[in-house]
Design a binder for this molecule. Sequence first.
Ligand code: AHG
Ligand code: MN
Ligand code: MN
Length: 350
Amino acid sequence: MQTVTAPTQQSLANGGGKLKTLEQFIIERQGDVPGSTGQFSRLLRDIALAAKIVDRDVRKAGLVDIFGEAGGENATGDTQKKLDMLAHEEFVRALRRGGEVCMIGSEEHDEAIPIKTNGHSGRYIVLMDPLDGSSNVDVNVSIGTIFSIYRLPDGCEEPLTEHALQPGRDQVAAGYVVYGSSTMLVYTTGNGVNGFTLDPSIGEFLLSHPNIQTPNVGKIYSINEGNYRSWEDGTKEYIKWLQIEDKATNRPYTSRYIGSFVADFHRNLLKGGIYIYPANVRDPRGKLRLMYEANPMAFIVEQAGGRASTGSQPILDVKPEMLHQRCPVYIGSADMVEMAEDFVAGRRTL
Ligand code: AHG
Ligand code: MN
Ligand code: MN
């Protein structure tokens, strides 16, 4: 019989010698981004720092007076929560301080924000949803941050909004932070997806989920079924198909919907599943924002072996027209998204 040696306090404290911080990982993988210098590594470090600050604010949310509405509406008409604005401000501050960014686009700000640090600006453009799922803040449910990074096109000196309107395929990196039962940062630079869990005792993100691959098919579907009557027929039929009993395909599937895109996406990425926010009668382009939510998650899911579609084309191929543009989203396990596309296109019916 094999003897199992109990881990010592010492070996637990240093993760058995295998513990790797986000910062170490970023430096090791610096060569992943073609033409990248230390600037890109510093940008990721700045984002991780802002994530820790927002994490601290989120964890304090029940203790200080930051609950409730800030009294305004954001560019796409949603009621802003105070924590939305706090998260926006923390990210902008950290990126401004870091000096690697020339422009920020945020769900919480109507216009693109040009950034200069001590008279200079960096070469990167960051687009973000600083706080995703904010309606869940007051009820202690997981929320997140989503970010997307582009390079300022060569030859451009002054950044203009149009420079941010690059297709998702041109992202240099994308990631999200989920403030859940633990806080995790997951990101890709186009060479796989890696996840880091925040160890609050040392204030560091540690590599906990190396090289995430999403299953080709899962058992979970995530959609706001309250909107059923306003979907187009293909989506209605696909959801009905998921609910039909069939042993060979493991149906019926199971429904899970948190109402925080980051949290729903994260669960499905690890377990396998599909998340859908389709077009509907009220919002013909759906609800989620192409630049802040759909594109970064599409980049991540494709890197993890999954698929992301508007129902009729890959999200990453959509040509953006404006910063706050919305787009329908079918995202997750590759086979499930493909099947959904077949229903939407009418190639398959019940
Ligand atoms: P945000 O909090 O950034 O505005 O995003 C909310 C989004 C997304 O997180 C979530 O999946 C979706 O809205 C939920 O919308 P419904 O309430 O319409 O289902
Ligand atoms: Mn959001
Ligand atoms: Mn938001």
